[in-house]
Ligand binder design. Structure first.
Ligand SMILES: [Cu+2]
Length: 126
């Protein structure tokens, strides 16, 4: 667990450095420097700004949570049956953290925040 934590922090520092290089603003094309397998979830004002998210099928990917609130958020992905298939680490913003996410079979999913169940979004795997 300690090793995973260090990896997340190191990745985060890289992301923050990349952000600074971009002038700190978040353009429509989010964080191109993060890599092709990165899917960004942006939380602001206790809602997911990115409330419709697409993830590639049957392929491991990287979840990036851009938490712009001074509140703890995470991303919990649930399948059709409301079964949690993945929950990312909870952290307080403003910060951006990435972590590995598992390959998902095709289907319709939704996501929420473990701390704020009112935060909702739709995730599709084509
Ligand atoms: Cu939250």
């Amino acid at each position: 667990m300690m090793r995973l934590h260090s990896t997340v922090v190191a990745t985060c520092l890289t992301a923050v450095t990349a952000l600074s290089a971009c002038g700190g603003s978040a353009p429509a094309t989010l964080f191109p420097s993060l890599g092709a397998d990165v899917v960004v979830f942006q939380a602001k004002g206790s809602r997911f700004v990115t409330d419709i998210v697409h993830v590639p099928r049957d392929k491991a990917w990287t979840l990036a949570l851009d938490n712009q609130d001074g509140l703890p958020h995470n991303v919990v992905i649930l399948d059709r049956d409301n079964t949690s298939v993945f929950a990312s680490a909870v952290f307080t913003g403003s910060a951006l953290k990435t972590e590995p996410a598992p390959a998902l079979p095709a289907g319709d999913y939704h996501f929420t925040c473990a701390v704020h169940p009112d935060m909702k979004g739709t995730l599709t795997v084509p």
